[in-house]
Ligand binder design. Sequence first.
Ligand SMILES: [Zn+2]
Length: 273
Amino acid sequence: MIDAHTHPQLPGEEPIVGASHTPEDYLRLTKGLDIRFAAAFVMAPRGDLPRTRALNDKVLALGKQTDGRFFPVCSVHPHDRAKALIELDRVVNAGARALKLHPNTQQFDVADPAVRTVVARAAKHGLPVVFDGYSPFDADQPGKFVRLAMAEPDARLVVAHAHGPQFAALTVYEVLARYPWWRRNVWIDLSAAASLFADGPFAEQFAWVLRKVGTDRLLFASDYPLDMPRAAAGAVASLGFSRTELASVFYDNAARLFGLPTRQPKRRPEPAR
Ligand SMILES: [Zn+2]
């Protein structure tokens, strides 16, 4: 599996939950789960470039120390404008595999032109941009992501949490796919949402909507430590996808998107002659 969304507690950083959640904690917790790679996120503050650089350096170091098992997803703050772009260029050269932006935590509007500027620069580098994609405070957010993806067709956007309880808004991607100009440049990370809706009355609807997006655009993700990888994987597995679909969701889609090694098909033993 590839876990497309984790927040490991980096050296010198405070935990974001009531318990330690270091990379070592994660590896201990996921023993036996066969998670080959995990995206490690940081979140840039606004107007504090030294802090942003320090966070990015820590997650880049984690990537190196773990031979890429945790792959670095760096961050900038769109309101830092030119300085954000300089930092973005720096982290790309230093090995970042994606960029993380969080409208709620970082307090920006997805429709802000400064966001598009950052996304355009990331696209120039071929870097996917992972957005937190559920805001209880901005009901128009689903449409804003569509606008952004249309405005920057070369960008590859990941919408985390499948819009939460607004997941039905994802059906717009099935409609968009009818137009020849649509590039299908939006991926959906299932963290939090799959666990929230699995085993409940929305589970069937959630899976139905996700199939409209396309199972080649779905990413297994845990949002560790806010959710536990084992529970998150169980939730995705319970949604009724076929084995082939699950292989895409659990590994292949993320491998292609983030440029990670692709899965080797299992070799059957030679038949005896
Ligand atoms: Zn998260």
